[in-house]
Ligand binder design. Structure first.
Ligand code: CU
Length: 192
């Protein structure tokens, strides 16, 4: 085999390793994803009676595991109860207070059993005819007080990488190193 041929073979094997790494990573992170929210992230609403999160699969309705908190510009909690699970929808009742930016903090158990969580913000700008502002609550109506609720406007990370992703990438890296060593040994063997 020419140098060029060996190089091409090594590149092809390296490509296979990369494909295996990606396949391993995606197979390991098959938990549910948040597909849509109402209100949408960054949207401005005039009225609101509930926050709806729509996932790509039905989250598990384990007791106490489904938590949605609606945190106002005054850092008070404006959800009025824990959410209802309705198929792929998680619906949290809410009554908003002052106008401004509200943060939605959520946590559900994915249909594969993994807890997943995230947050996003929307704006509330009621007009004159809106119902009177709710007073909110210093403590959440649903779930424990979240640490991130004390950091206004800090964008919480949506979701940490699943350990399976790192395992998949690790296997891919080992395959790539093996291919490299093999190609080097092959080249060395031919030269001697
Ligand atoms: Cu998962």
């Amino acid at each position: 085999m020419s140098i060029r041929g060996r190089l091409l073979a090594a590149l092809a094997a390296g490509g296979l390793g990369a494909v295996l790494a990606v396949a391993g990573a995606s197979a390991a992170s098959a938990h549910d994803t948040l597909e849509q929210t109402d209100p949408a992230s960054g949207a401005t609403v005039k009225t609101l009676s509930a926050v709806t999160l729509t996932f790509n699969a039905d989250p598990l309705g384990t007791d106490g595991a489904t938590v949605v908190q609606v945190v106002g510009p005054d850092r008070k909690y404006y959800e009025t109860a824990c959410p209802d699970l309705n198929g792929t929808d998680v619906v949290s009742p809410a009554a908003l207070g002052p106008s401004g930016t509200y943060e939605v903090l959520w946590r559900v158990v994915s249909s594969d059993g993994h807890p997943i969580s995230g947050s996003y913000t929307f704006s509330y700008a009621p007009d004159g005819s809106a119902s009177p502002a709710a007073h909110g609550s210093a403590t959440p109506k649903c779930g424990p007080k979240a640490a991130s609720s004390t950091a206004p406007d800090a964008a919480a990370p949506a979701e940490g990488a699943d350990p399976g992703v790192w395992i998949g990438l690790g296997i891919g890296a080992v395959v790539l190193v093996g291919v490299g060593v093999g190609a080097w040994a092959l080249a060395r063997g031919r030269r001697e």
